[in-house]
Write a protein that binds this ligand. Sequence first.
Ligand SMILES: Cc1ncc(COP(=O)(O)O)c(C=O)c1O
Length: 408
Amino acid sequence: MTPTTQRHVQTTAVHAGERIRREGFRTTSTPIYNTATFLYDTAEALDAAFEADPSFVYARHGNPTIAALETALATLEGGVGTVAYACASGMAALHAAILATGVAPGERIVASRDLYGTTAALLKNLFLGQGYDVRFVDLGDHAAVDRALGEGDAQVLLAETVSNPLLQVADLPMLAALAHAHGAQLVVDATFTPPTLLHPLALGADLVIHSTTKYLSGHGDVLGGVILAGPQHDATLRSVTRLVGGAAGPQEAWLTLRGLKTLPLRFERQCANATKIAAWLAAHPAIEAVHFPGLPGHPDHALAARLFGPAASAGEAPAFGAMLSFAIRDANRARVFRFLDRLELCLPATSLGDLYTLVAYPAMASHRELTPKERARVGIGDGLLRLSAGIEHVDDILADLAGALGDE
Ligand SMILES: Cc1ncc(COP(=O)(O)O)c(C=O)c1O
């Protein structure tokens, strides 16, 4: 806009400084485009922008900061023509991904019995209530998965790569084969296994989601989600995400993009710390059980090594993720609360994937809605805690856990 003295101060106040053209340089870091709409020199150019990919016309359709994040996420997942759609939260991504499969009321969604609580609630309260045929199965029981897919008009199989809080690993190639044999699509929540560890699309998944609130942003300061898929899903995802409107905001996209730059460094340290913490806990007299796929006694150790192994650099042992859970021997709720209250370094926060070590109590948080009997049936006792390893020095984490476990 040309500076002008003829305009009123009210007009100048709202326009001054904006829309300045800067030519001859690019910014090192993508700026935060805090704008809901985009202006073009001609109506012709605006018309073309509606059809462009990415399309910068209106922020629910696209925004350069969000597009930069989507490019980074699609590139990290890999695969030919992989597309990424950034969303306002992991739940927004999951909801849009399920809708993008085209599953309709009356058709079946087969889902893991051990899903993240809010995902299970989404299926029970929203999808089931709207007439979808939702079935929950043990994903480790492949015959049961096959039956559940075969009985109804199954369109979707929904799995998490690693279950919460018992860290069971899903055999994605097997689940993809089962889903596809029944004409269903495999939707994978890979929040526990960032693309530095696993590429579910390459293992047969049709649509993948992450809560980027966790490892991908990594600093516990931003909510977000992403859907990743092959190019055949691009048009549907583009349409569904625009219609349901759970688009990421530019500030959040920028924070996630910034966090993403240190993902490999953070995750390497987190996995190494988790391995040491699991071994230390397994040898502690106050600990009854440790669930960590990296421990040779874990029922999915061999499967985890097979699936996660290819991500390791040549000559390196595979990483097994940075999540683990453990049961304090003979502990009730009061004993667990004393443990949580004594922690001085590890944070008793109900999230995961942050650079801080986080400890969560499933009976109080993710599995709060279940009765103690129901929890016991799925292997979640009153003494079970979940730990998300951070990037602190492992000796400090162990000292904190030792202090909190005490001599009781
Ligand atoms: C496995 C998993 N999926 C999805 C979500 C939902 O993500 P968000 O909180 O970003 O909506 C979470 C949140 O904890 C999660 O743990």
